[in-house]
Design a protein around this ligand. Structure first.
Ligand SMILES: *[C@@H]1O[C@H](CO)[C@@H](O)[C@H](O)[C@H]1NC(C)=O
Ligand SMILES: *[C@@H]1O[C@H](CO)[C@@H](O)[C@H](O)[C@H]1NC(C)=O
Ligand SMILES: *[C@@H]1O[C@H](CO)[C@@H](O)[C@H](O)[C@H]1NC(C)=O
Ligand SMILES: *[C@@H]1O[C@H](CO)[C@@H](O)[C@H](O)[C@H]1NC(C)=O
Ligand SMILES: *[C@@H]1O[C@H](CO)[C@@H](O)[C@H](O)[C@H]1NC(C)=O
Ligand SMILES: *[C@@H]1O[C@H](CO)[C@@H](O)[C@H](O)[C@H]1NC(C)=O
Length: 230
């Protein structure tokens, strides 16, 4: 009897350990849009250019922009898409909860797509830098802030699309999100400037979530067997 209780406690301890381990690993996935902003800033500071402020309002607008273009990723990984200028203030900003009077100047835009998922440093060199023209957008001295959005072409499948928007406004006074900076929750994709953990389009997030569920089920199953439920 004593032996049985010991091994039961051992299983409970192991179960908690596994759950703790998987929740830590899911945290480490972080937010790839934020990681891409870090790569952009590293590339700028190496050129002695000032860092750009990571603006959640601008990031969410970048996500809206690329969502409108999600069907337009071509075979050669270029995005052939030109949303009307008015959509920025009439659709994108309201969808994010950006306070309209704080809508500022957008001084640069880069979009790109790839058939497969890329980690942030690869996305930087292969998607954001197509040629010298986009590199000069990243190195432009006028910018003060940046926002990045990433989304899947279809929900959970198809090519990945990236969008980086640059602004040239006084820090923190433009693209302000309502509700004390929370804005409107986005159900899909990923954008920079917030603490929300996400992966581009959700692949890694869903994988970790599935692994978590499997471990929880196995753990519950073992507990039920040990307590003589079956
Ligand atoms: C990519 O494809 C589009 C149409 O699918 C074409 O207009 C464009 O010229 C192509 N770009 C390059 C660099 O091949
Ligand atoms: C996406 O591509 C389609 C077909 O080429 C075109 O009709 C549409 O206007 C494009 N979307 C945008 C937002 O430019
Ligand atoms: C930097 O961006 C501003 C605003 O878009 C533009 O007017 C200017 O020509 C750009 N400068 C360079 C060197 O590309
Ligand atoms: C910045 O990025 C460009 C394009 O990927 C690369 O060629 C260059 O070496 C990078 N600069 C630094 C200092 O990392
Ligand atoms: C791109 O820029 C690099 C360095 O700034 C230069 O050596 C190269 O010739 C440029 N390429 C084109 C196609 O302009
Ligand atoms: C802007 O906001 C960031 C983060 O909230 C903060 O670290 C920074 O000091 C602010 N900058 C200014 C100029 O207020």
């Amino acid at each position: 009897m004593v032996k049985k209780i010991c091994s039961f406690q051992w299983i409970v301890a192991l179960g908690f350990l596994l759950l703790a381990a998987t929740s830590v690993s899911s945290k480490n996935h972080g937010n790839q849009a934020n990681d891409l902003v870090d790569v952009i800033n590293k590339n700028r500071t190496a050129k002695k250019l000032p860092q750009l402020n990571n603006s959640p309002g601008l990031g969410c607008i970048a996500l809206q922009y690329i969502k409108e273009c999600r069907a337009n990723c071509s075979e050669n990984n270029t995005v052939n898409c030109k949303p009307p200028e008015n959509d920025f203030t009439e659709i994108f900003a309201p969808n994010c909860g950006v306070e309209l009077p704080t809508f500022g100047t957008i001084s640069g835009l880069i979009v790109g797509c790839q058939q497969k998922h890329l980690d942030p440093p690869e996305a930087f060199s292969r998607v954001l830098i197509h040629n010298n023209r986009t590199l000069s957008v990243i190195h432009n001295k006028t910018h003060t802030e940046v926002g990045v959005g990433i989304v899947h072409a279809k929900s959970h499948k198809g090519p990945y699309l990236w969008c980086a928007l640059f602004g040239s406004n006084k820090k923190n006074s433009t693209f302000v999100l309502e509700d004390l900076g929370k804005g409107i929750e986005q159900k899909e994709g990923c954008y920079s400037g917030n603490g929300v953990s996400c992966s581009s389009g959700g692949r890694n997030g869903h994988f970790v979530f599935a692994i978590n569920c499997v471990w929880t089920l196995v753990f519950c199953f073992l507990v039920l067997i040990r307590t003589g439920f079956f």
